[in-house]
Design a protein around this ligand. Structure first.
Ligand SMILES: CC(C)[C@H](C(=O)O)[C@@H](O)C(=O)O
Ligand code: SF4
Length: 482
């Protein structure tokens, strides 16, 4: 019998029952909750007169609707001006209190984007099944956890039973071998993968990211890669356990305590695909060939390297692609064959569950240090993914680097990743964004999103247009482009 993939192992370890038609019931170890997709789930419990099955399997924090300025945050929930946003956040607080679920509230230093908070707390551990009413739950797969987003009725089901109806996925391996060039990051890897396989390339698969370039990444980088598996169509992204995983988790608040640590680690070491495991599909990429990426269109697959140009729709393979490209160019206000470096920006957003961890902020700060945000940029903001990331960044002096350069230093939350709070793009504005989605209107009605890495976003803020961050490395500090 052929060996098992990491996904096969995680699946079989959590399988409660499987029917002949392929539907199965799996056990869920951890549920993360935020304010957008949990209200109806709690309401359902209430109507059915049920209680959560296992309180300590749940952890909640508000993120999508929280304001990010110090002034608004000083007022607590009352600082949320939008009435719907306020109701959502207040309802999460009320439900967590009523049902006895642990919550990091708006001004708790541990509050933040749910996908930053879970791993940071050690609430996401190798070998777990992790769910959340949020498509970017794939992020947690960086820890060899079987993690994916679920809908609100499933949130209720998991609260009530600790189980989930699921169907086994197929196995895909995305192997990235070799060394990344200087200035090229995890974000560029995952954008290049999506550029190659497309936004439907991973549909029906659990993607395991493997190869030397993936092993060389920090946990922060691995989370960035798994975070965007969903943008490649795969609900699950996975990375095998190694020393990097284990080192990251040591002494995290929710991680196994000293007495249980060694046993846990011994167990986690098995969370790798067997060498003779067979994948249904394998995709290979050469790390050395990956350039800093910039998305030009309205789907994450509409992406190219910084030395590239916007495509000419008339040269596209078939009519459907031609129409898609033409529509994207019109929305984005770009011309065929326009150089990526000629795209001017209005706003810059460094944040989101893709790129708001300490390493992301360090990379951006390295570029911003001693420089100034271009005068043509209306707003450049840095939004740490959690209160603890913010605190760490401040201890390292990163906040001062950003503020001196002209960036706004904000409070943690989803912020301008999606237009669900006060941080939004105006119609027609171009934004260099470290987030994960660039659909029409994603960051605000009529807003134009370009997905990039933190270093590329910082470089674009300084120049006012996209620049190759690799060329900035070692460049003398000057104001010539400011
Ligand atoms: C609001 C939430 C349900 C949504 C998601 O599922 O991903 C959001 O986080 C997003 O990024 O679009
Ligand atoms: S940061 Fe963006 S992608 Fe992540 S959970 Fe929030 S809205 Fe969704």
């Amino acid at each position: 019998m052929a060996g098992q993939t990491l996904y096969d192992k995680l699946w079989s370890q959590h399988l409660v029952k499987e029917r002949d038609d392929g539907t199965a019931l799996i056990y869920i170890d951890r549920q993360l909750l935020h304010e957008v997709t949990s209200p109806q789930a709690f309401e359902g419990l209430r109507l059915a007169g049920r209680k959560p099955w296992r309180l300590d399997a749940n952890l909640a924090t508000p993120d999508h609707n929280v304001p990010t300025t110090v002034k608004e945050r000083a007022e607590g929930n009352a600082g949320i001006k939008d009435p719907v946003s306020l109701i959502q956040v207040q309802t999460l607080d009320d439900n967590c209190l009523a049902f006895g679920i642990e919550e990091f509230k708006i001004n708790d230093p541990r509050q933040g984007i749910v996908h930053v908070v879970g791993p940071e707390q050690g609430a996401t551990l190798p070998g777990m099944t992790v769910v959340c009413g949020d498509s970017h739950t794939a992020t947690h797969g960086a820890f060899a956890a079987l993690a994916h987003g679920i809908g609100t009725s499933e949130v209720e089901h998991v609260l009530a039973t600790q189980c989930l109806l699921a169907q086994k996925m197929k196995n895909m391996q995305v192997r990235v071998e070799g060394k990344l060039g200087t200035g090229v990051t995890a974000k560029d890897i995952v954008l290049a993968v999506i550029g190659k396989i497309g936004t439907a390339g991973g549909t029906g698969y659990a993607i395991e990211f493997a190869g030397s370039a993936i092993r060389d990444l920090s946990m922060e980088g691995r989370m960035t890669v798994c975070n965007m598996a969903i943008e490649a169509g795969a609900r699950v992204g996975l990375i095998a356990v190694d020393d990097t995983t284990i080192d990251y988790l040591r002494e995290r608040p929710f991680a196994p305590s000293a007495g249980q640590w060694e046993a846990a680690v011994a167990d986690w070491r098995n969370l790798v695909s067997d060498t003779d495991a067979v994948f249904d599909k394998v995709v290979e990429l050469d790390a050395a060939g990956i350039e800093p990426q910039v998305s030009w269109g309205t789907s994450p697959e509409m992406v190219t390297g910084i030395s590239g140009e916007v495509p000419d729709p008339s040269e596209a393979a078939d009519e459907t692609v031609q129409q898609g490209y033409a529509r994207a160019l019109e929305y984005m206000g770009l011309k065929p064959k326009q150089k990526i470096t000629d795209i001017k920006l209005d706003k810059v957003f460094i944040g989101s569950c893709t790129n708001s961890r300490i390493e992301d902020l360090r990379e951006a700060a390295k570029v911003a240090r001693g420089k100034k945000v271009a005068g043509s940029i209306a707003l450049a903001m840095v939004v740490p993914g959690s209160g603890l990331v913010k605190r760490q960044a401040e201890a390292e002096g990163l906040d001062r680097i950003f503020v001196e350069a002209g960036f706004e230093w904000r409070e943690p939350g989803c912020s301008m990743c999606l237009a669900m709070n006060a941080d939004k793009l105006g119609a027609g504005e171009h934004c260099a964004s470290t987030s994960n989605r660039n659909f029409e209107g994603r960051q605000g009605y009529g807003g134009r999103t370009h997905l990039v890495s933190p270093a590329m976003a910082a470089a674009a803020a300084i120049a006012g247009h996209f620049v190759d961050v690799r060329r900035l490395a070692g460049e003398p500090q000057s104001a010539q482009e400011a």
